[in-house]
Structures are given as C-alpha cells and as structure tokens.
Design a protein around this ligand. Structure first.
Ligand SMILES: NC(=O)c1ccc[n+]([C@@H]2O[C@H](COP(=O)([O-])OP(=O)(O)OC[C@H]3O[C@@H](n4cnc5c(N)ncnc54)[C@H](O)[C@@H]3O)[C@@H](O)[C@H]2O)c1
Length: 426
C-alpha cells in the first residue's frame, strides 16, 4: 500500500493535486446539508465519538466527505475506503487526505484486487465501529480478518443489499456484533432510495449517453423504493415506462401507479433503455439478450454489478468496444448492437455524482446519530441487525423540516386522547 509522497496521512488516492476541486465541491454539497451541519456543531461540542476508531466503506462522494468531517469533528479517528470500484470521486478523496487529514483508500476505476486491498487497509485501522455500504467490509472482517473482531463494538449499514446480507449473517448466527440498519429509517429509504436514486439514475444515463428519454420505452426492473423513484422520474421525462417485478403486490402497485407491467421476457422485445434496481442477480440474462432490439441500452442502479449477466453477454458477443466514456458496445453475431453503461455498476455513481446532497443530508444524519447511538448502547445490544430507533428517525425528519422552513400541526390533547382510546367512535 503506497503512502502518497506529499500526504501527511496514509492513503491510496489518485492524485492529491485534485484536492482544490474536491474541497470546493465538498463545500458546495455541505451548503445543502443543513441537518448534518447542525449535527456537526453539536458533535464539536459534545465529542460523542472521542477516540473511537471508525472504518467507513462508503461511496467516496462530496456528501460522504461531509459525513467523514462531521465524525472526525465528533472525535472519531476515521479511515475511509470505497464501497464500489467505480463510485469514487478522486478529487474528494484528495481533499479528505490533504485538507482534513483523513486517511482514504479509493481510486475511481480500481480493479477488484485493489478494491479489496483498500478494504484490508481500512481494516488495518482496527475499527471499533464499522460503517458499511453493501456489507463488503463486514463480510471480509468476518471471513478473512477475524482476529480484528475483538476490537469491534458495533456498526451501521447504509443500503438495502447490505442489510439483506447482514440479516442473513444474523440468521446463521455468524454476525459477531450489533449493526444498525440505517437503510430502514424512513428518513433514509423514503427519500434517498426513491428521490435520490430516481433522479441520479436518470442523470447517470443521460450523462453517459445523452439520449432523449422522451418517447422511449424505458424498462425498470424492480418496483421497490429505488424502482419507484426511477419509474416516476422517467415518466416525468416523457418515457413510456414499463415495470418488471417478481412480487405480486408490488406489481399491482405499479399497475395502479399507471405503469405497464410485464415479464422481462416480453419487455426485452420492446425496451429501448433498461434499468435494473432489484438487488438480485441475472435479472437480464441470456434469454433476454437474444430478444433485445438493436441499439438497446442496459444499465444497473442496484448495489452490485450482478443484475445484468455480463459474463454471458461477453461470451455471446462477437466483439466489444468502448463507444464513449461509460458506454460499451457489444456486437452480436446477428448484427444487433447492445450497449451496457458503466460496466453494469451503479450508473448514478459511475457516470454521474450519486444522490444530491440535500437527500444524503438525511441519510448521513442517520449515520452520524446511529454511530453515536452505537457508542452509547453497544454494551446492551445483541449480535443482530437493529432498525434505527424511531425517535432518532423522527428527530432527523424534524430537523429537515425545520431547515426547509416548513411548519406542521401538532396533536391537541383532545386529539391525542382520541387516538389513544377506543371508546369514542362517533
Ligand atoms: N444506486 C444507488 O445509489 C442506490 C441507492 C439505494 C439503494 N440501492 C440499491 O438498489 C437495490 C434496490 O434497493 P431498494 O431499496 O429499491 O430495494 P427494495 O427491496 O425496496 O426493492 C427491490 C425490488 O426488486 C424486486 N425484485 C427482486 N428480484 C427481481 C427480479 N428478478 N425481477 C424484477 N424485480 C425483482 C423485489 O420484489 C423488490 O420489489 C439494492 O441493491 C440497493 O442496495 C442503490
């Protein structure tokens, strides 16, 4: 692991000379993160994380930078590595190292070996708290670095796929410390997954391709929180949105929200642009590749690059080449051309900048408050996955509303009694 020559802390980043740009962009994002600003001020005073070693494995974006700075200011001794090989913003990694003295291990476009070596470097920090996005850090800690588990008091997890993996670990009784599922907070998934992924996924598709979405058949695979957002926003851009699902209830919801719902087998034949957001594997696979129209564009916004079976696509293509940045063309033997964006990795982070800061404000407020919660409560928690405490979730919502200047009503004592009772009906 290299220590960058001019860095004062250990790191592996692309180029520290990018730090000026990263600092300006990080400051810009912070302006749209009023809840995190408030928490940072509180943390500076109360030092809830004083001396606590934290290893964070997150997308290295401007918003993450502001979370890292907040945790550092709350007393944490923090190290950051990437949670995806293609989601790092190299200028942000540079400013965190140069201007804030935070060790970062992340380079955009790193190969899998470097990606995992960066996770190892973060673990070398002997974390007491892990902050993960996708559960790669936790999984490696439990499988390859078990000697470090004795130091860990707890963790937090950012995304749906990570929470699913951690719950599987807890079910199999292999999870060795408590973890709070930040994704479960209403102030996280209702907004980040829906509006954040909705907007930024389209942003990624457009930046990568510059296609006009109006009039296109855009297929969204998965009508969960992210899928709802992508479908809703794509309709707003004039696309004819088609939804595919495996859950009958979600499928009805999509129908009643006004979308066409069909199997991927049928959608494959008419789709122009495909977006997978299922958290599942091989959602677009061999059978579908055979049916795709010439020029079909495939991308993924789910956590891992397993939703499109790229290995098989590579095998059945006669040739492949990069046509423009983040766009790879697969020439099929029958003359059709199929395009894959951002190597099938989260397109909103690969080709765009990820979620806007104002939505990450709530997600990362939850992260900051949950790490404080973990430090205070770890001794009484079991080795399982916890939801974000409701009062903490509500606190984030209140702070966000306040920052927006929105006032809402309060229950009167009479209303409170009415809602709490059963006697009164008329
Ligand atoms: N791109 C981002 O920035 C970003 C942000 C948040 C979450 N995520 C990731 O996006 C993925 C989805 O997250 P979510 O919160 O929407 O999850 P979710 O559980 O709310 O929704 C997933 C949906 O996919 C459906 N599904 C599963 N397999 C399917 C298949 N084969 N075909 C069609 N539908 C299928 C499920 O029934 C479910 O409705 C996860 O991997 C999550 O980690 C990405």
């Amino acid at each position: 692991m290299s220590t960058n020559a001019t860095a004062t802390v250990a790191c592996d980043v692309k180029d520290l000379a990018l730090a000026d740009l990263g600092k300006r962009r990080t400051d810009w994002a912070f302006q749209s993160m009023p809840v995190l600003q408030t928490i940072r001020k509180q943390f500076i005073k109360s030092q809830p994380l004083a001396g606590i070693r934290v290893a964070a494995c997150l997308h290295v974006t401007t918003e993450t930078a502001n979370l890292m700075i907040t945790l550092r200011d709350g007393g944490a001794n923090i190290v950051l590595c990437a949670s995806n090989p293609l989601s790092t913003q190299d200028d942000v990694a540079a400013t965190l190292v140069r201007d804030y003295g935070i060790p970062v291990y992340a380079i955009k476009g790193e190969d899998n070996d470097v990606y995992y070596s960066h996770i190892m470097a973060a673990l070398d920090h002997k974390p007491q708290i892990t902050m993960d996005d996708g559960a790669d850090l936790v999984s490696i800690l439990h499988s390859k670095r078990q000697e470090l588990l004795e130091h860990v008091i707890g963790g937090t997890e950012e995304t749906t796929t990570g929470v699913i993996r951690l719950r599987a670990m807890a079910r199999e009784k292999v999870l060795r410390y408590p973890i709070v599922a930040v994704n479960d907070a209403l102030t996280k998934h209702l907004f980040d997954n829906r509006y954040g992924t909705g907007q930024s996924t389209l942003d990624g598709i457009i930046r990568a391709t510059n296609v006009l979405l109006a009039g296109m058949n855009l297929v969204v695979a998965g009508y969960g929180w992210c899928g709802r957002g992508v479908a809703m926003r794509a309709r707003g851009m004039g696309a004819n949105v088609i939804v595919t699902e495996i859950d009958p209830t979600k499928a009805i919801e999509a129908v009643m929200d006004g979308f066409r719902v069909m199997s991927m087998h049928d959608a494959a034949q008419i789709g122009d642009v495909f977006v997978t957001v299922t958290g599942n594997k091989n959602v677009i696979a061999r059978d579908h590749f055979d049916k795709l129209k010439n020029g079909a564009i495939l991308c993924n916004s789910g956590h891992f690059n397993v939703e499109i079976d790229l290995e098989t696509l590579g095998k059945i293509a006669s040739s492949r080449r990069e046509t423009r940045e983040f766009v790879e063309e697969f020439a099929m033997r029958d003359g059709r051309r199929i395009y894959v964006l951002g190597e099938g990795r989260l397109i909103n982070l690969a080709a765009a900048e990820g979620h806007p800061a104002s939505v990450m404000d709530m997600s990362f407020a939850n992260q900051a408050l949950c790490s404080e919660f973990m430090v205070k409560n770890h001794a009484t928690l079991e080795k399982r996955v916890y939801s974000v405490p409701e009062d903490l979730d509500k606190q984030v919502a209140k702070m966000k509303l306040e920052s927006m200047g929105v006032r809402i009503d309060r229950l009167t004592p009479e209303q409170e009694a009415y809602l709490a009772g059963w006697a009164e009906g008329t």
